[in-house]
Write a protein that binds this ligand. Structure first.
Ligand SMILES: Nc1ncnc2c1ncn2[C@@H]1O[C@H](COP(=O)(O)OP(=O)(O)OP(=O)(O)O)[C@@H](O)[C@H]1O
Ligand code: SF4
Ligand SMILES: [Mg+2]
Length: 372
């Protein structure tokens, strides 16, 4: 078996004897195949309908360097992610804590410089834009964070917080700023007398409305919502999600909606991407993913969602062990150390990220075998 020529496709599933399989050579073959695909994809024009298009995005953090600055240990927080989000759509990103959701969102916004891959915003490649160039784009790409307590400056009034970006980006003439801000506050369900008040006077839900209003002041096209309702009570969560949906419709906004809570993601998303250890393992239309989840990790996530119907039997999938460290991810399928369907091949060969029809992508050997 040693030095055997292995092609990176479904033929791999036919290999059964891995006793002398050369994992190092396989890793090199996978890297070469990926590099070739990246080069081929670079030649493709951006999707004309996409507000955001990401190709083979990577963000690796260097944990340790030699004295000469050579990386000794790296953490692959985001490792080859690709997707397209069209205007007015919401792409929900789900996955366990530490799988790289926030890093991916921040890298898309260029708050982290990508290690590799391409980012297109409105058909324009922004991957290598410097901060000066990004400044003018910032107003079109906004972010709403999880914690509405720490993301508002405590010493400014609501009016001051909301007026600042309007003045900085010269959205309206200075004499019209107050009326403009009051109009946005109204759209976000904030009373006009809140204008003079301070963030500490508000509840978590109201503070999150202020954060959403602040993002809207600059008239963005894309909002990255990073766990925007995770810190709120369930009753308040629904109100904030409904607000996000309403303003999306009114303003034709595009959302990248990050959450570990599947019921929240289901409520708001048109498409869903499931992340595991920095990679996308399943991607597709929300209805399709909920009706026909394919990847064993997606099954495990879905089975953990509490079922409101006590008579319906749920087969809970308990994953063994903790999520491995992204600084030393497992060889082959990164999920094999915890997967209930894992086979020998999964330990050695990374599964192909394959379209099963209707843009439903899955990376799994088991799903590929089931199809045959
Ligand atoms: N600046 C950084 N330097 C080094 N490692 C980092 C940095 N930021 C994030 N990481 C690591 O990258 C990995 C992904 O982190 P990230 O915060 O993106 O995950 P997440 O999916 O958003 O998790 P959570 O659901 O807990 O918010 C983690 O292992 C984290 O420790
Ligand atoms: S490739 Fe193998 S280990 Fe990975 S999810 Fe599929 S069955 Fe599980
Ligand atoms: Mg996060």
């Amino acid at each position: 078996m040693e030095n055997q020529e292995v092609k990176l496709n479904t033929e791999n599933a036919q290999i059964t004897d891995f006793t002398n399989f050369d994992d190092q050579a396989q890793r090199e073959r996978e890297q070469q195949a990926l590099n070739k695909k990246i080069e081929e994809d670079k030649l493709l024009p951006p999707d004309p309908e996409a507000v955001l298009e990401v190709r083979h995005l990577k963000k690796h953090f260097v944990l340790k360097k030699t004295l000469l600055g050579k990386p000794l240990a790296t953490l692959k927080a985001v490792d080859d992610i690709s997707f397209v989000v069209k205007q007015g759509e919401t792409l929900g990103i789900v996955g366990e804590s530490g799988c790289g959701k926030t890093t991916m969102g921040r890298t898309v916004l260029k708050l982290h410089q990508p290690t590799g891959g391409q980012i297109f915003f409105n058909g324009e490649e922004i991957t290598n834009y410097k901060s000066r160039h990004m400044r003018s784009l910032r107003k079109e790409m906004q972010i709403v964070f999880q914690d509405p307590y720490s993301s508002l400056p405590p010493r400014s009034t609501v009016g001051g917080i909301l007026a600042e970006p309007v003045l900085v980006h010269k959205i309206v003439p200075p004499s019209e700023v107050k009326d403009y801000v009051l109009e946005i506050m109204e759209q976000c369900g904030l009373r006009d007398y809140y204008y003079e008040r301070y963030p500490h006077e508000f509840s978590g839900g109201q503070r999150q409305r202020i954060c959403i209003a602040r993002a809207l002041t600059v008239n963005p096209k894309l909002i990255i919502c990073d766990e925007p309702v995770s810190a709120l009570d369930v009753s308040i969560q629904a109100q904030i999600l409904n607000l996000l949906k309403r303003i999306q419709k009114e303003r034709k906004l595009t959302y990248l909606f990050i959450s570990h809570d599947l019921s929240v993601v289901k409520h708001i998303s048109d498409k869903i991407g499931v992340m595991y250890l920095g990679s996308m393992v399943e991607f597709g239309n929300s209805d399709e993913i909920f009706a026909n989840p394919m990847h064993p990790y997606t099954h495990a996530l879905f089975s953990a969602v509490p079922n409101p119907d006590p008579n319906e039997k749920v087969n809970r999938v308990i994953l063994k062990g903790d999520i491995p460290s992204p600084s030393n991810p497992p060889m082959g399928c990164k999920f094999h150390t915890r997967c209930p369907k894992a086979m020998e091949i999964c330990k050695h060969i990374a599964p192909e990220y394959k379209d099963y029809g209707n843009e439903h992508y899955v990376a799994c050997h088991y799903c590929q075998m089931q199809e045959k």
